[in-house]
Design a binder for this molecule. Structure first.
Ligand code: ZN
Length: 245
């Protein structure tokens, strides 16, 4: 459903992403039967990947009203369904809701692209073979904290689809972005309880000695081009160390 593909080159320990309009399908069929047997931790990891697509598209330099609309609904639907489906994999309505949300998040990021979370995630996948969705789960909060000074207002707007109208209304405007990040951390804690989805690089058994290699690989990944904040080697290494434990 997207214009992006990622190809792993294990010999060089890199993941290369590229985009082309030729990658779009003529049609996509969303059938929840296709994901009914997906185990809980992969359901959780792919759900957090879809959430990251929607969130990063919403704060990207290339965001636009079309991508915003898709991001918004994707976030709302993932928040409403992911925990239930991870706990009860046979929930067909929940599976279909997540398939719709994942598709909408894909449409959003095909328009707006992603950012630092995907940048670090591709590098971590290439160097340490951490699964993509797991890497997204690990980096999403630290990536948002990094973008907070420039994207605080946009992140704060996401409290409505992520927390619902009551939480949004009861949180003062200047605290909404921080609340969004804390709700994402709560989701990760809940997923860790249910299916041990790693929240840190340490929990994903990443060798600490590899962190500089991940930072070096991140510099060569194009996803950071669309991030509101620039990222150099030292920024990347600091973020990766923050995500370690
Ligand atoms: Zn992704």
């Amino acid at each position: 459903m997207t214009c992006v593909a990622v190809i792993s080159d294990p010999d060089r320990s890199i993941k290369m992403s590229f985009t082309s309009n030729m990658l779009y399908p003529r049609a996509a069929i969303l059938d929840p039967r296709m994901t009914l047997t997906l185990p809980p931790h992969i359901t959780a990891a792919t759900g957090m990947d879809a959430l990251t697509h929607a969130v990063e598209a919403y704060i990207s330099l290339q965001k636009n009203p079309m991508s915003d609309a898709y991001s918004w609904q994707a976030i709302r639907i993932i928040r409403a369904n992911l925990m239930n489906v991870v706990k009860n994999g046979g929930d067909r309505e929940g599976r279909l809701a997540l398939a719709n949300a994942s598709t909408m998040a894909g449409i959003a990021f095909s328009n707006a692209m992603v950012g630092v979370v995907h940048n670090l995630g591709h590098a971590t996948g290439g160097v340490c073979h951490v699964a993509h969705g797991v890497a997204m789960n690990i980096y999403l909060p630290v990536g948002l904290e990094y973008d907070l000074p420039k994207a605080g207002e946009m992140i704060g707007e996401l409290l409505m689809p992520l927390g619902g109208p009551d939480v949004y209304a009861h949180t003062p405007a200047e605290q909404r972005a921080v609340k969004v990040i804390s709700l994402i951390r709560e989701m990760r804690d809940e997923l860790y309880e249910i299916c041990k989805l790693p929240r840190t690089l340490k929990e994903a058994n990443v060798d600490r000695a590899k962190l500089p290699d991940i930072a070096a690989a991140a510099l060569k990944d194009g996803a950071s081009m669309y991030n509101v904040e620039e990222i150099d080697y030292n920024d990347a290494l600091a973020l990766i160390e923050k995500a370690y434990e």
